[in-house]
Design a binder for this molecule. Structure first.
Ligand code: ADP
Ligand code: MG
Length: 253
């Protein structure tokens, strides 16, 4: 059976979609067959993070019974398979049973399904959690967000789901930010990746090219490290990536 990893957080805007898309791409680049599934129907950004526009062939089409699970699978240039959510607001709901039947179908041909889950603690969040083998919690270094992580840790424990760790995203290094150590102490979870707040992210969305699509991106390397870490692989950023980035800066490309 394919493994299901959900990317969750307490509220929107922490970087779940950014993490789901780039982690899925990094796993795909390691030679896995990955399906990335957007279950956040209220903020459907997965396709946009991947540089696609979702039109038809969405998760809502499957929920409405218009198409089967396979027809909703879109393929990114990298070969990553993904199921987007529609940009239109709908009343569709993602019950655990429905997501499970989709994911079971994908597991016939994929090694892993990465779920871009809705923010906690609504039905879609619990549905995604219910069918996950493990979860990654994305947070920003704010004290309120950390309380959300604590709540997620409690819910995961109640439901018997493993939390792999915390991705600490949008770190600016300001004095008022919560540190990695404080987060670990408060939540009892390990911070397994730290990602800076960087203009490269908004630029990559604007260019419709995820950071992992650039083989020398520093933030892309953070996702390659994360993907390697959670699948027990080794990854070391190539020593010449810094030189390539330096040359690009000089030539403004
Ligand atoms: N490390 C980062 N640096 C800069 N911008 C970021 C970073 N991570 C995410 N963003 C931006 O923040 C916004 C929210 O991220 P998103 O992944 O959509 O959050 P969520 O899915 O949790 O609601 C997006 O515009 C995204 O491009
Ligand atoms: Mg999102």
């Amino acid at each position: 059976m394919a493994e299901v990893i959900s990317i969750v957080s307490g509220k929107g805007g922490t970087g779940k979609t950014f993490t789901a898309a780039n982690l899925a791409l990094a796993l795909q680049n390691f030679g896995e067959q990955v399906v990335c599934l957007d279950t956040d129907l209220d903020s459907p950004n997965l396709a946009l993070q991947l540089g696609h526009k979702p039109e038809d062939h969405t998760i809502e089409d499957v929920l409405k019974g218009n198409i089967n699970e396979l027809k909703a699978v879109n393929v990114h240039d990298s070969g990553l398979m993904f199921v987007p959510s529609s940009l239109h607001l709908t009343d569709d709901r993602v019950s655990e049973k429905r997501i499970k039947s989709m994911v079971d179908r994908f597991s016939e041909f994929a090694d892993r399904t990465v779920i871009d889950a809705p923010p906690g603690f609504n039905e879609g969040f619990y549905s995604s959690m219910g069918i996950s083998d493990r979860m990654l919690v994305v947070t920003n270094p704010e004290y309120q967000a950390i309380q959300d992580v604590r709540k997620i840790a409690e819910e995961a424990e109640k439901h018997g789901v493993d939390i792999e760790g915390v991705v600490l995203n949008k770190v600016e290094g300001m004095l008022e930010e919560a540190s990695k150590e404080e987060i670990e102490k408060t939540t009892g979870l390990e911070v397994i990746q730290t990602i800076p707040h960087h203009r490269e992210v908004s630029k990559s969305v604007h260019r419709m090219e995820p950071v992992v699509s650039d083989p020398h991106s520093k933030i892309g390397h953070s996702f390659r490290e994360l993907a390697a870490n959670i699948t027990d692989r080794d990854f070391r950023a190539p020593w010449y990536s810094g030189i390539v980035r330096g040359i690009r800066k000089m030539t403004r490309r």
